[in-house]
Design a protein around this ligand. Structure first.
Ligand code: NDP
Length: 256
């Protein structure tokens, strides 16, 4: 049995996209490992339900409603975190959308705009606000949620793939820039994981889940907690010499 409860003891961590899926699972895993967590997303009802579950377990958890495509909302989310806890030690920039799956030449501009605005501008907004706050409080650790689509192509999802490659680019650029100022920046690249995004994709594309399982060495979809466990380690001081890394958490998919 692996002992839990100490990995993130005393850390203050902001999690974006924490109203469902991987972000909500991360809130549970980080809290279990001793962190105070602040959850951000747009849907207040969902955020409030996740925070209630966490508080029932004795966690120090709160939420802030924010649309990450707005730089002002993001500054407010980071500001509220610092107001509540005095500092921000870690951030999991997880929020993102999948968008419709279509051949590239059939994609409407609106799909491109929404995906790039959320997955790229949203991250840009977060990195600027979080890094500015971390520099004031002496450093921190950031993990960005990319995707296997940030490392290799996935079919019928060109703007999503481009957006997740951009997440990798921001991760490397920020890691390089702040390595000597006490801030580590890494990314995870999850494979297919049970969540609202995949429920939507699998629902609209019969056979897609089975096809992914076939080309995934472990032959299955991940539980969101399995992604959150990798992120927890990357955010912890046990990963103190790890920066600029994009870690696949994908059952062997990109290695295949
Ligand atoms: P979910 O749809 O369950 O979660 C997405 C989260 O992002 C929600 O909490 C949503 O909250 C939030 N979000 C979306 N847009 C915004 C916005 N403009 N402002 C604030 N929050 C926003 O799916 P997942 O858990 O799967 O997705 C989490 C991340 O994991 C995404 O970045 C996704 O690309 C990535 N990923 C997922 C994989 C998978 O197979 N599931 C595989 C690889 C990567 P709300 O709607 O309340 O704002």
């Amino acid at each position: 049995m692996i002992e839990t409860g100490e990995l993130l003891r005393g850390k203050v961590i902001l999690i974006t996209g924490a109203s469902s899926g991987i972000g909500a699972a991360a809130a549970h895993v980080f809290a279990r490992e001793g962190a105070a967590v602040v959850l951000a997303a747009r849907r207040e009802e969902k955020l409030s339900a996740v925070v209630a579950e966490l508080r029932d377990k004795g966690a120090d958890a709160s939420y802030v409603v924010a649309d990450l495509t707005s730089a002002e909302d993001v500054r407010r989310a980071v500001g509220v975190t610092v107001e509540r806890h005095g500092r921000i030690d870690g951030a999991f920039n997880n929020a993102g959308i999948g968008g419709d799956q279509l051949p590239l030449h059939e994609m409407a501009d609106e799909i491109y705009d929404t995906i790039i605005d959320t997955n790229v501008r949203g991250l840009w907004n977060c990195l600027r606000a979080e890094i500015a706050a971390m520099l004031k409080s002496g450093g921190g650790a950031i993990v960005n949620n990319s995707s296997v689509g940030g490392l290799v192509a996935i079919p019928a999802a060109a703007p999503y793939v481009a957006s997740k490659h951009a997440v990798v680019g921001f991760t490397k650029a920020a890691a390089e820039e702040y390595a000597r100022r006490g801030i580590r920046v890494n990314a995870v690249a999850p494979g297919a994981t049970r969540s609202e995004i995949t429920a939507d994709w699998f629902g609209r594309n019969p056979g897609l889940e089975e096809a992914i399982h076939e080309v995934t060495p472990q032959g299955r979809t991940a539980d969101p907690e399995e992604i959150a466990e990798a992120v927890a380690w990357l955010l912890s001081d046990r990963a103190s010499y790890v920066t600029g890394v994009v870690m696949p958490v994908d059952g062997g998919y990109v290695n295949h």
